[in-house]
Design a protein around this ligand. Structure first.
Ligand code: GLN
Length: 262
């Protein structure tokens, strides 16, 4: 069956859009259009009706504690639907504050508990440590197929910028997205970063993360295509020479950071 269209649900674009995280949605749309795939982009704000069985990719950006507090109750009301679709392979990308609220809870540095939707078996605790700066993670252990696929080529890293005081601890069935090469990562101890559960990804990488990581963007799109239309020949390649040059420039810059350690 030819691919006609994919649908993106962009959650809380008004309250959760730190560091240009909206650029991730722009990247996904652009890369699908380059493959002649139509895109329905639906913004979901507080109180909007939404049936997640029509979503192919769900995106939620980062936000300050106060933004997270505003939207958390509305997100919690959607827990059942989102969980049900994630179990059926729904692709999600959640960034920083969005990532935190896809976990079990976020306890702010002021001691307030913001309930999450427990997609990730993880919890976040606000701290007086601010993890801020360029970050590079190695995804070859967690996404080997991506690193060696046509989409991934020889890119085994993701690059971005982090800025969070929340420290996230993974438990049970949730694995990290990558190993920290430069930066602080989930708990500020420079070991692991992000979270993966089925086709749901959480990461602290702002930037936005997708423009300089075209292999990851295509991995999300291809996964959504396969789920909606069945197994599918790899999408036609796009000339990513500029994106890959930006990726490598970000790595070179990060190597000089004080948090570079591998
Ligand atoms: N408010 C959260 C924190 O500081 C998330 C920040 C963000 O989304 N950049 O950890």
């Amino acid at each position: 069956m030819p691919i006609q269209k994919l649908t993106i649900f962009h959650l809380y674009p008004d309250a959760m859009n730190l560091y240009g995280d909206r650029g991730n949605v722009i990247t996904l749309v652009r890369r699908m259009h380059e493959r002649a795939i139509d895109v329905d982009l639906i913004e979901i704000k507080r109180g909007d009706k939404a049936d997640f069985k029509y979503a192919d990719i769900v995106f939620m950006g980062g936000g300050q504690d106060r933004g997270q507090k505003v939207i958390a109750p509305d997100l919690a009301r959607r827990t059942g639907q989102i969980k049900s679709e994630v179990e059926k392979g729904l692709v999600c990308l959640t960034i920083c504050g969005g990532f935190q609220l896809f976990g079990k809870y976020f306890k702010t540095s002021g001691g307030e508990i913001l309930e999450g939707i427990s997609i990730f078996d993880a919890y976040t605790v606000g701290s007086d440590q601010r993890c801020i700066g360029n970050i590079v993670i190695d995804i070859s252990e967690t996404l080997p197929s991506l690193c060696h696929s046509r989409a991934g080529g020889n890119l085994k890293t993701l690059v971005g910028f982090e800025n969070h005081s929340g420290l996230t601890y993974l438990e049970g069935n949730t694995k990290p997205l990558g190993k920290v090469l430069t930066g602080y990562g989930n708990t500020g101890d420079k070991t692991y970063e992000g979270a993966v559960y089925k086709n749901c990804y959480g990461t602290y990488l702002h930037g936005p993360v997708l423009p300089k990581n075209p292999h990851f963007a295509d991995h999300l799109i291809q996964t959504a295509i396969n789920r909606r239309y069945g197994s599918w020949a790899p999408m036609k390649k796009i000339d990513d020479s500029i994106e890959i040059a930006a990726h490598k420039a970000a790595i070179a810059r990060a190597k000089t950071a004080k948090t570079a350690h591998i």
